[in-house]
Design a protein around this ligand. Sequence first.
Ligand code: NAP
Ligand code: MG
Length: 486
Amino acid sequence: MKIANSLWFDPTMIYIGGQWRKPGHADTIPVENPSTGEVIGEIGQGSAADVDAAVVAAEAAMEGEWGRTPAVERGRLLARMAQMVLSRAEELAYLESTDVGKPMKQAQADAVNLARYLEFYGGAADKVHGTTIPYQEGFTVYTLREPHGVTGHIIPWNYPMQILGRSIGAALAMGNACVLKPAEDASLSSLAFAAIAAEAGLPAGALNVVTGYGAEVGAALSTHPDVHHVSFTGSVATGRHIQEAAAKNVVPVTLELGGKSPHIVFDDVDLDAALPTLVGACMQAAGQTCSAASRVLVQRGIYEEVRRRMAEVYGGLVVGPAPDNCDLGPLVSKKQKDIVSKFIELGKQDLTVAAEGKIRDDAPAGGNYVAPVLFADVSPDHRLAQEEIFGPVQVMIPFEDEADAIRIANGTEYGLVAGVWTRDGGRQMRMARKLNVGQVFINNYGAGGGVELPFGGVGKSGHGREKGFEALYGFSRLKTVTAQHG
Ligand code: NAP
Ligand code: MG
């Protein structure tokens, strides 16, 4: 089925200055359905010149109606968009599920999450205040929170709706004008969102969407001298390019990069409570989650029991087409399937397979299906315990005590998220302090979700924080005003 038949926007057009336009390149980019391998439509291929036009439109918006829109009205616009997203949640979920292969129920959750970001940042738009600072006699000093101006947003394919929500939602709340470049494998929901923003009455140029290839559109946006802040979510390799470009332009960047997040299980765990999460925190989105709990560190005394019980859960995992709501859908692309399959082959050469899930027999042969694999007794320095796989693969690593757990947990170049399962309150607090990550979950694990919770990494996982109130500070700059009045 050609998806274009059911759309309320033309995916071959790009959105600049409140207008749908033909992109700079006549060649389009095919849209594949990862569940079947079929080409179901096409998106437009933007050019560097389109990025220039989008930046000019965003600058004009800052000088025009959008720049004069008060915070309370920006909040109302975001709230209106949230309502429209909710009323179209099923259509958006279907679109995303067909485009990136997410099981429908996960895509539905993503659509609701997009609305949640818009609600949260809509409500926050008029609640970020400056301060007054006691100074010398005869002076009044205060601070102003101002937008950066034109902000660039480059997002990946794994959670397009959530990531555009957290990034665009916070940037618009603070009054910036945004240029969004979605991933070439997942652009439909960003275009759908632009159509929703237009219908909600967002002033022209406040949001611009240019689809296309990273090497041209992404590079043009991140190196553009008139972009005042760049928010990037994606791989470490591309993140380095973004930061280099930002260094040349001397502008701030937020980098949300990869992870190799540990899930640490002490022997006093409530295992019945932990078990579904130990597996689910990696299997969500078929392991294509930056904060996936891909390393399971288990204290020696309960290691065998956890291994046996995780293997039981794996035995029941089913991989199948996105509409059928199996435990896992396909991976986003053939390229991603190849990357993950190579890691699995590599692991099978010298590691013990503790369990594998199943691909449903009737899953279409052209789909990008990968059966999940649990590897046991993995050395912390093995490649599979060090490198981000971004697929349904977990490694189990035994540890002896708290110090050992911390050493192993902190022993990769990443530092995004960590989960700790223990009933010992003192240990919970000690672990939370010693883990080199941006988020710690105690007796739970939130891969994705939690719009209120500041999120971001340390080390190669990146820097800067999105989500929560923290993002509003990142998407604004502080001005100090010192007035002498005698
Ligand atoms: P990627 O190749 O870095 O792509 C991310 C985005 O950057 C895409 O929109 C891509 O466009 C664009 N891009 C590619 N080359 C570019 C360049 N030279 N200049 C500017 N932009 C460029 O990453 P991916 O493979 O799509 O995504 C998977 C990675 O993202 C994983 O490593 C994962 O951990 C990370 N990730 C992190 C988070 C987080 O919040 N920390 C969330 C999700 C994903 P094209 O798609 O058109 O190439
Ligand atoms: Mg696709």
